[in-house]
Design a protein around this ligand. Structure first.
Ligand code: HEC
Length: 137
């Protein structure tokens, strides 16, 4: 019985090792991706806007807990604002500057938005920039 258990342990040890090796091999061959096309950026931006919960506060058309995407974009286009800079915490709010409202959005900037890649932030901003064309009245 003991010998049998010993065998099983050795077998387990071997299988773990070989798994590690194949993982290492996969790391090395991972291909570099080309830059996203315009359509892919719109697609990714749209998906992230729901996945990252933006949509729970920002409706496309209606003002809910927060300004609508169309309202935000009207101000950003007029004042030549930079969405990516704002989402990275490098630009001041220009849409709703009420302290309580700013604090709600600031929590996202200090929280989950720190974990979003530049490519994802760019896609979010491209999606928002084209909201009028994607959802015409
Ligand atoms: C918990 C609610 C909430 C969530 C979730 C949320 N926001 Fe906001 N957001 C707000 C509020 C409230 C404001 C208004 C304050 C302001 O303008 O800074 C705002 C403002 C903004 C503005 C305008 C900032 C300005 O210049 O005034 C942008 C752009 C924005 N949000 C993008 C996003 C994106 C992109 C996401 C998802 C990654 C997101 N928000 C998620 C509540 C939210």
């Amino acid at each position: 019985m003991r010998l049998f258990l010993f065998f099983i342990l050795i077998l387990l040890g071997c299988s773990c090792k070989s798994e590690k090796k194949s993982n290492e091999a996969m790391d090395i061959v991972e291909p570099k991706r080309a830059e996203l096309s315009f359509d892919s950026q719109i697609f990714l931006g749209n998906r992230l806007f729901s996945e990252k919960t933006c949509i729970t506060c920002h409706d496309v058309n209606r003002v809910k807990k927060a300004p609508s995407v169309k309202e935000i974009m009207a101000v950003y286009k007029e004042k030549n604002g930079d969405i990516v800079a704002f989402l990275k915490g490098n630009a001041q709010p220009i849409v709703d500057t009420t302290a309580t409202q700013v604090a709600i959005m600031q929590k996202n900037i200090d929280g989950f938005l720190k974990k979003i890649t530049d490519e994802e932030l760019n896609s979010l901003s491209i999606y928002m920039l084209h909201i009028d064309k994607l959802y015409p009245e």
